[in-house]
Design a protein around this ligand. Sequence first.
Ligand code: KG4
Ligand code: ZN
Length: 359
Amino acid sequence: MKEHNGKMVTILAIESSCDETAVAILRDPVGDGERVEVLCSEISSQIEIHREYGGVVPELASRNHSLALLPLVKTALGNAGVSISDVDGFCATGGPGLASSLLVGHTAAKGMAVAVSGGRPFISVNHMEGHLLSPFIMRENGVEPNIALVVSGGHTMIIENRGFGEYELIGKTLDDAAGEAFDKVAKMLQLPYPGGPEIEKCAEGGDVKAYKFPRSMLKKPHFDFSFSGLKTAVLYTLSELDTVEGKPRERDLPDLCASFQKAVIDVLVAKTMRAVRERGLSKLSLSGGVSCNKALRAAFGEACERAGVELLICSPHLSTDNAAMIGYVGLQKLIRGEFSDLSCDVNPNMPLNAMKMRK
Ligand code: KG4
Ligand code: ZN
């Protein structure tokens, strides 16, 4: 039931699960959840702060969220031209993520929901549901059935999405997530954090066939992934190369990165396309930070064209962590009257069944 049908609905969303503080304001002019306008999507990145440590330091992340968040809310309201009293609901990421970081955004959103005159609903949003639905934010028909590949720093999942709230997890990584593999291999190659974009840059002009890296579980009938063997294979190759204090020579980097990147992409494309075929769907969506990778996008573009499948991808700024994707889920829940209790807690390991998953 869509409680707001026929009425304009505005939501303010906060994302603070990891190292990006983000605030977005979204509006649905008619309250049916189909054509949603992103009035603003602001991000204050902490990447520079964590870079010198080679990864996210949780205590630094939460402190910096609390410094950045409320000024960012003010900026967002100003840029959207919205007064806080015009906001119909407040939502924030409740998990998965770093507990102390999640708490900053979650608590701020609850506070605003209570403080606005008359009170407003608060909605706790699953970060992965945000990624999953991000390819629909800029479309006009709401959430349509599709096979989704969600590839982020912490997750790699193939999901059959039958519509909002009706998700079936059909495959996942059994060890490292794809983004994690990019980040760990980048660390081995002594490239800066975060590793994914650095590997992509270094892979340009490299020979994808220079090194024979494994394509794990490609022949298995299930849809699960494993990337830890690939990571070990890169480490082994590196130990046999001529390095300077463990760092490969500039001349070897492009081939190493291109061969590694291709091994990840081959497995992701093969398994996801098989899921599309077996489930008989005509749409495939790609989301999560790794879906920014241009070689990955191109490989899926070609595979989908060959198979006559429509590929749904959002722009890179909606693929990595952002608050618009949290607002999109929050808005869908708001118009359906699915509110969270003000006493609800964050959950760093928010389980997939919080997305009504079945497997
Ligand atoms: O979705 P996301 O922003 O945050 C999480 O929820 O984890 O994903 C971050 C991950 C990191 O592992 C990062 O290295 C990876 O996405 N990533 C990329 C690219 N851009 C970000 N991986 C490969 N190529 C990229 N261009
Ligand atoms: Zn994410």
